[in-house]
Write a protein that binds this ligand. Structure first.
Ligand code: ZN
Length: 172
């Protein structure tokens, strides 16, 4: 496994539409393993292949249990509800915006061996599904917010919305 370089906003690779994966081979497995290691090193919750310069429909998402979901050729097939909260991206380090997403999202994808499966999740993981899958079509979350927050605005948002930042758990 190897840590790959995460490309940052401004790199044209982040604006391209990725091609579907057709071969579920060792090369794909190496990409997935490298993406896992890269995500872990960056302490993120999701990473899409174009963020490491690979224009293929591949992304990984860490769910609320800490499991890494590998999504190949993923598609959102159902959504429900709505959530509004802070969103960031490893390709836009240190910056956040306020983005509204569905609260619940169901995804159909293939695993690393090409087997089709469906997964449904909510809250932060649902947000992450939307964010990562958009990367595969060359979109960034910044398209959904009017501006990126200043450090002061981020601090104020966290203070005003403690329920979104696991304050209850930290107090235990
Ligand atoms: Zn991102």
């Amino acid at each position: 496994m190897a840590i790959r370089k995460i490309v940052e906003r401004g790199d044209p690779v982040l604006e391209k539409v990725c091609r579907p994966v057709t071969e579920f081979n060792g090369r794909l497995h190496t990409l997935l393993d490298d993406m896992r290691e890269t995500l872990e090193e960056a302490s993120g919750v999701g990473l899409a292949a174009p963020q490491v310069g690979v224009l293929r429909r591949v992304c990984i998402v860490e769910d609320s249990e800490g499991e890494i979901l590998e999504l190949i050729n993923p598609e959102i097939i159902a959504t429900g509800g709505e959530q509004t909260g802070l969103e960031g991206c490893l390709s836009i380090p240190g910056r956040y915006g306020i983005v509204t997403r569905p609260y619940k999202v169901r995804v159909r994808a293939q695993d690393r061996d090409g087997v089709t499966f469906e997964v449904e999740d909510e809250d932060l993981t649902a947000r992450c599904f939307c964010h990562e899958i958009e990367h595969l079509d060359g979109h960034l979350y910044t398209e959904h917010c009017d501006h990126l927050l200043s450090d002061e605005e981020v601090q104020k948002y966290i203070e005003d919305h403690p329920e979104q930042f696991g304050q209850d758990e930290e107090e235990e």
